[in-house]
Design a protein around this ligand. Sequence first.
Ligand SMILES: [Zn+2]
Length: 122
Amino acid sequence: MTRYIEKVCEEVVENYRNPAKRGGERGMAGNYAVRKKNIYYDTDGIRENQVESVMICDDCAGVLKIETLSSVNPLSLGIEVPVGACDRCTSEGYRILEQGRSKNKYSYIKFVNRRDREYLDY
Ligand SMILES: [Zn+2]
């Protein structure tokens, strides 16, 4: 499961960092760019709903939050603080983590802080 969220995070970051694949405007700094995805994996017959939120930041790539729910996995939360994240985005990452944990809404939470190499699973 942990590996799974990790993989999802990596793919999302990949897409996000690749402007060719990214549609739309970047929006205002400090806001979240939200993108919803419905994915169907033919081979496994798995249906997945993903909501990706990326904090728009002028100083770094921005903290990333992913909520994912599929026919095989309960609602899970993934948070990634990117390499070179600014202080604001790093603290925002921890804020999302605390918020997610207090809500009792997620079955799994994966927190990846690439700036300080901190990896947490709940
Ligand atoms: Zn930032």
